[in-house]
Design a protein around this ligand. Structure first.
Ligand SMILES: [Zn+2]
Length: 316
């Protein structure tokens, strides 16, 4: 058994002060086998997946690897430094900028380099966080053999599996230019994994993120082992659901009256919007039968603000 573990720094360019802008990469190369790319932190304030990767690195210590595992724990280093979603000088969303442009602006060069590396793999796993939520896999809209492969990988993770938004919202949010989106158009299997947390490490979902990725590696045969059920977080086992957002009409402070992972009937109140005086100015109701997946982390709402992510049935 021989596994070559190497750490690399790839220079993307320079900052205004002349310091080097680099991406740090960890690579495991063993005998023949599948190749898996694992990235986190493309949204610089999404930290939980990075901690899941620490556990994965511990797990891989001294372990035989079949194939290649490439890990970029911080795909947006400046975003991490400032704990912001984008980049300080640009305000861009790197995960709407794929496949990037190698001669473009620094943000485009970052995504171009990540895509250049990631696309050489059989499977791409991208770790994100949704705020106060249960961990889940988001599946991009694909069909045929790619759909079958993505579905199998998602099932192997052991966490909740949801389809993406309906096509109109998917397009409006430019998700085709996310890493999972561009992987899908190139026929590469990919999973976007959402964990809990927002500007913090949600220790309650770190384990689920770690096990989900580890289970993918086991399922593919990149490491030997058995699939491990996820017990540390709520898992919705019912299939055929997609993600949807719920908005408030009124501004105010939110009082949720449901729990994460709870099954909720259409019409049931999920949150009350209260004025600063405590008056209930709106009761937000579940639009159709489904599950509570994530709650707005900050309990505040403007008109039209997304207050929750729910899972509802995919329309046939
Ligand atoms: Zn994200």
């Amino acid at each position: 058994m021989s596994v070559k573990v190497s750490k690399k720094k790839i220079r993307i360019g320079e900052r205004a002060d002349g310091s080097a802008y680099v991406l740090s990469i960890l690579e495991y190369k063993g005998s023949a086998g599948p190749s898996v790319f694992i990235g986190a932190g493309v949204h610089g304030d999404e930290l939980t997946g990075i901690a899941s990767i620490w556990r994965l690195i511990d797990y891989l210590k001294g372990k035989e690897v079949l194939g290649t595992i490439t890990i970029i724990p911080s795909m947006n280093p400046d975003g991490l430094n400032y704990n912001i979603r984008g980049m300080p000088e640009a305000g861009v969303d790197l995960n709407r900028l794929y496949p990037g442009k190698s001669t473009g602006y620094i943000a485009e060069r970052i995504t171009a380099k990540i895509w250049e590396i990631a696309r050489k793999h059989d499977v791409i796993v991208d770790l994100h966080t949704i705020g106060r939520g249960i961990p889940f896999v988001l599946l991009d809209p694909v069909s045929g053999d790619l759909k079958r492969r993505n579905d199998e990988l998602a099932e192997a993770t052991g966490i909740t599996v949801l389809d993406e938004f309906e096509s109109e919202d998917y397009a409006q949010q430019n998700l085709g230019s996310s890493l999972g989106g561009v992987a899908s158009t190139h026929g590469i299997a990919s999973l976007t994994i959402e964990l809990g947390g927002s500007k913090d490490i949600d220790w309650g979902t770190v384990e689920a993120g770690y096990l989900a990725v580890r289970n993918v590696l086991v399922h593919l045969g990149a490491v030997k082992g058995t699939l491990t059920p996820v017990k540390s977080s709520v898992v919705i086992h019912e299939k055929g659901y997609r993600r949807e957002d719920v908005w408030s009409e009124k501004g105010g402070l939110l009082e949720y009256v449901v729990e994460l992972g709870q099954k909720v009937k259409a019409g049931q109140v999920i949150a009350k919007v209260r004025s600063p005086f405590g008056e209930v100015v709106e009761e937000i109701r579940m639009p159709e039968d489904g599950y509570m997946v994530a709650l707005n982390s900050y309990e505040n709402a403007y008109t039209g603000g997304a207050i929750a992510t729910i899972a509802i049935k995919v329309r046939k």
